[in-house]
Design a protein around this ligand. Sequence first.
Ligand code: PAF
Length: 273
Amino acid sequence: MKIFKDPKELIKFRQSIKKSVGFVPTMGALHNGHLSLIKRSILENDYTIVSIFVNPTQFLEGEDFDKYPKKIEADLKICSLAGVDFVFLPDIDDMYQDHELSIKAPKIEGFILEGYKRAGHFDGVLQIVLKLLNITKPTNAYFGKKDAQQLYMIIKMKEQLFLDTNIIACEIVREADGLALSSRNVYLSKEDRQKALNLSKSLKLATKLIMDGERDSKVIKSHMRKILKDCHVEYVEIVDREFKKLEKVEISNTIILVAVKVNETRLIDNIWI
Ligand code: PAF
């Protein structure tokens, strides 16, 4: 496994690869969710590049940028054992200059839900993802459905900027008890973790209600909120695949999203119906 730190070196090297390249962008602290993206990339491409970069521009003032979990040695071991060909591990100065031009997330979809609670977050995500795609020029890039709004925005960026990479949406990976995997789960105490299970429980209940014939978003959301009563709920929302609010669930065109804070830890989860 070869490690690149300098973007220019990777760009040059990439030009010599004539076969398909899969790319998995990460912020490190790799878990089985990341591993599922990596495995899929290895299966579907001749070469796989994983980037590990905690991107400062997607964190807002007061968020956990400084304490974001860093486990670089373990991450490199995971990549190597999984069969990753190349890891891109740049420093902040390699990725950003003074007076950067800016990328703006779409006006509405970029500023609701996650974008409302974290205004400017998606600008930072799109900025770094565009840079990473330009450096690695992948055939296929893999993103998890857990960050559903991020995935939507990246698909829009691909369409609107005519990017020549397939954006592959990958299923959410969960612990046996239902908790969606996230690098931030390490912040949870035993007690917090119990409360965190309410996210997936609320989504399970929503699914059951829908399977039993309920379609009214208000009714479904109010049942979900009851399950989430021990968490500080930021939002419970039901949208279509274009992130427009739905009054009635549309089968095969719905995403149910939830964001809560358990103590200081912010958690999100969703289900695609
Ligand atoms: O989903 C993430 O881990 C990050 O937002 C990403 C896509 C690696 C960009 O920093």
